[in-house]
Ligand binder design. Structure first.
Ligand SMILES: [Zn+2]
Length: 308
């Protein structure tokens, strides 16, 4: 047995395969990314806590002799074990190494891949159907989000794409999730109409939805210029035509609202139109102008969906 192997055994350290599983679960809890391991990094202790490691197990050093330079390097045994587990996950394409992730996000972090995300769901007994609405971004989804938010709208932008296939492929799912993350992040997780920003009590999901302006059923494109972040209520109201926008992003309310019976759209004092949907008010928009909804998309909504 190697010196390192003997030390692991002597110190009753967890098995590498167990550390791998815990690492995947930790990545899941941290939205798919954790900082590169180094001394003093919280994540190193967080994973140690899950194994109830004692102080000695956390700090005992492993001495390695660098023959070329004739010096001894001491690394905590626990760090070595973490690195080895992470390395093995990366070799099996379940996570991405910090050096590669850095090229995408400019941050030295370990990142979950789609394969690793699926494995984490399995380990945590979370149904795969929940995946679409979780805030976790895999490497592949982050890449798609980056593609969507960094390109410029073409001169002759058309929000309607070619007829879509109804079969959901792995690629179309990544495209959809990339669209969703690109939209809700650009709008800072707020409804662009009422500003609501809230998560579920378990902090796993955001209330806000990424809405298509030209709907999916009308072959609306999954790109940033055909999207808006809306709360559930305003998403519904937008899709049925209760409101739309002018080209300069001011809210237009359907004239039908004036014909509503007095008690409609009201819950006690709370008035749907009066309190959360204000005529002529400019909606909340992304910081970057390049990410604003395209006038062609809004025009289509005004002409085809808005109930004047
Ligand atoms: Zn809203």
């Amino acid at each position: 047995m190697s010196y390192e192997g003997e030390m692991l055994k002597k110190m009753l350290m967890p098995l590498k395969t167990e550390v791998e599983k815990e690492l995947l679960k930790t990545l899941f809890r941290h939205n798919g990314v954790v900082k590169e391991f180094s001394t003093g990094e919280e994540i190193v202790n967080e994973i140690a806590d899950t194994f109830l490691l004692n102080e000695a197990q956390r700090i005992i050093p492993l001495e390695r002799i660098y023959r070329k330079e004739n010096r001894i390097v001491k690394t905590p045994l626990w760090h070595r074990l973490l690195f080895r587990a992470a390395d093995s996950l990366a070799n099996n394409h379940l996570i991405i190494k910090p050096t590669i992730a850095q090229k995408l996000t400019s941050k030295k972090e370990w990142m979950l891949t789609e394969k690793g995300f699926d494995k984490a769901l399995e380990l945590l007994n979370i149904p795969i159907e929940k995946k679409d609405f979780l805030p976790i971004k895999s490497y592949e989804v982050e890449k798609e989000k980056k593609r969507l938010t960094e390109k410029s709208a073409p001169d002759n932008y058309d929000p309607i794409g070619t007829k879509k296939k109804t079969i959901i492929t792995k690629e179309s799912n990544i495209r959809f999730r990339g669209f969703r993350h690109a939209i809700i992040e650009s709008y800072d997780y707020r409804c662009c109409v009422c500003g609501l920003k809230i998560k579920s009590p378990n902090l796993l999901t955001w209330e806000v939805e990424a809405a298509h302006i030209v709907s999916h059923t009308k072959n609306g494109k999954d790109d940033i210029w055909n999207g808006l972040a809306l709360c559930h209520l305003h998403h519904w109201a937008f899709d049925v035509g209760w409101f739309s926008f002018t080209d300069d992003y001011k809210i237009l309310i359907s004239s039908q609202s004036k014909k509503l019976p007095n008690d409609f759209g009201k819950i006690g004092e709370l008035n749907f139109f009066g309190n959360s949907l204000i005529e002529n008010k400019i909606i909340l928009l992304p910081e970057n102008k390049k990410l604003f909804p395209h006038e062609k998309s809004i025009e289509w909504h005004r002409q085809n969906i808005f109930y004047k």
